[in-house]
Design a protein around this ligand. Structure first.
Ligand code: DOR
Ligand code: ZN
Length: 423
């Protein structure tokens, strides 16, 4: 394949430039008879659209000790992501035009990948009063979410779906019935019983998925379900899609690869604590099937970096979340595609065109005219997950020490190289 890039966009792949074989060509003044500024030999490598993460916690403003726009977007670039959707559970919460504009401006100045801001559903994410949805949409919020917290009040969620629909934007929901989840810290089941930890039933998620699907139907609004973790949730989404509702969904690498047993085998490693919690083998199988049959549209990281002090405490008190940007691609390539659980094309789509479609973005493709967001992957490069080497400030990963095959070796955003590790 030959890919020509000029002025930050993909050119017609047929236009003439010297070179042969499997090449990525990167240059500013490519035209008839002109040589490229730079020719990158991509033989034996995979050249794919830049990966898009629908679910990233960049922590800025307010929690820079966990992550900031620089460290978080460098982590994205190293992981092969060229676009990240930044969640609103910052401090202050991104719940008004001023904060959304601030994130956009700060990202323009300091981020190395595209940062698309999410606005909160409710003021201060308190779940009481609707935030200024229209104002934030006008400022550039691509979606609305109280992620980190559920929207407990059904009437508030109904209004959010209605308002967001007027702007053609989805509401991204973190489905959790807080009363059912109670004081739970892991999945309610065999392992929580064995370990004596309080459990979160699968119904705490599925019940809210059902409610939100009904509200999407009632309002005609666009619903995107974040980090699905249970088999029942997948069934509900499959049924909603069959009925033609505007519902989409994502799944994380950790929910596809780990089960609640990991809490035991890791010896209560708090890096296995995440919300929603790691579930059962049957849930994992259903999530994979959902991904394969298109019920689930995207793989998203839910990159949730935390400081060591938030994790170096008893399991009950530890913060929930996994630093995911730098491991997602390799986990998917090695442990899903490499194990024959997912086809390569399905995996790439779930990280590119799938998430682009969820947000209606003109990205996730290498078609002529598209922004030159490109990721080059060495599918055979072997490496070991060493959190100390992460660009992210969050070293909280249950995958530490895993030996993986596959790595992003070149990441281009708008034609600019933001990560390069070609051997
Ligand atoms: O584990 C999680 N961490 N789940 C969430 O919903 C929020 C996230 C965070 O912000 O740390
Ligand atoms: Zn969430």
């Amino acid at each position: 394949m030959r890919l020509l890039i000029s002025g930050g966009r993909i050119l017609d792949p047929q236009r003439g430039v010297d070179g042969e074989g499997d090449l990525l060509v990167d240059g500013d003044r490519i035209g008839e008879g002109t040589r490229a500024d730079r020719v990158i030999d991509a033989r034996g490598l995979l050249v794919v659209p830049g990966l898009i993460d629908l679910h990233t916690h960049l922590r800025e403003p307010g929690f820079e000790y966990k992550e900031d726009l620089v460290s978080g977007t460098h982590a994205a670039a190293r992981g092969g992501f060229t676009t990240v959707v930044a969640m609103a559970n910052t401090s202050p919460v991104s719940d008004c035009r001023a904060t959304v504009e601030w994130v956009i401006g700060a990202a323009r100045a300091r981020a190395v990948v595209n940062v698309l801001p999410v606005g909160a559903v409710s003021k201060g994410q308190k779940g009481e009063e609707l935030a200024e949805i229209g104002d934030m949409a006008a400022a550039g919020a691509v979606a609305f979410s109280d992620d980190g917290k559920p929207v407990t009040n059904g009437e508030l969620m109904r209004c959010a779906l209605q308002y967001a629909a007027m702007w053609g934007r989805p509401v991204i929901t973190h489905c959790e019935d807080r009363q059912l989840a109670g004081e739970g810290v892991m999945h309610l089941g065999y392992w929580s019983t064995v370990l004596g930890l309080r459990g979160i039933p699968a119904a705490a998620e599925a019940a809210m998925v059902a409610r939100d699907i009904m509200l999407a139907e009632l309002t005609g609004g666009r619903l995107h379900l974040a980090h699905l973790s249970t088999a029942r949730s997948v069934e509900l989404v499959r049924e909603a899609k069959a009925r033609g509702l505007a519902v989409t969904a994502e799944v994380t690498p950790h929910h596809l690869l780990l089960t609640d047993e990991a809490v035991a085998t890791s010896g209560f490693d708090t890096d296995t604590k995440v919300n929603p919690p790691l579930r059962t083998p049957a849930d994992v199988a259903a999530l994979l099937e959902g991904l394969r049959d298109g019920t689930i549209d995207a793989i998203a990281t839910d990159h949730a970096p935390h400081h060591q002090d938030d994790k170096d405490v008893e399991y009950n008190y530890a913060a929930s979340g996994i630093s995911g940007l730098e491991t997602a691609l390799a986990l998917v390539l090695d442990r899903l595609v490499g194990q024959g659980l997912l086809e390569l094309g399905q995996a790439v789509r779930a990280l590119t065109a799938g998430p682009a479609r969820v947000l209606g973005l003109d990205r996730g493709t290498l078609a002529p005219g598209a922004p030159a967001d490109v990721t080059v992957i060495d599918p055979s490069r072997e490496w070991t997950v060493e959190p100390a080497l992460f660009a992210s400030r969050g070293r909280n990963t249950p995958f530490k020490g895993w030996k993986l095959r596959g790595q992003a070796v070149l990441t281009l955003v708008g034609g600019r190289i933001v990560h390069e590790a070609i051997a």
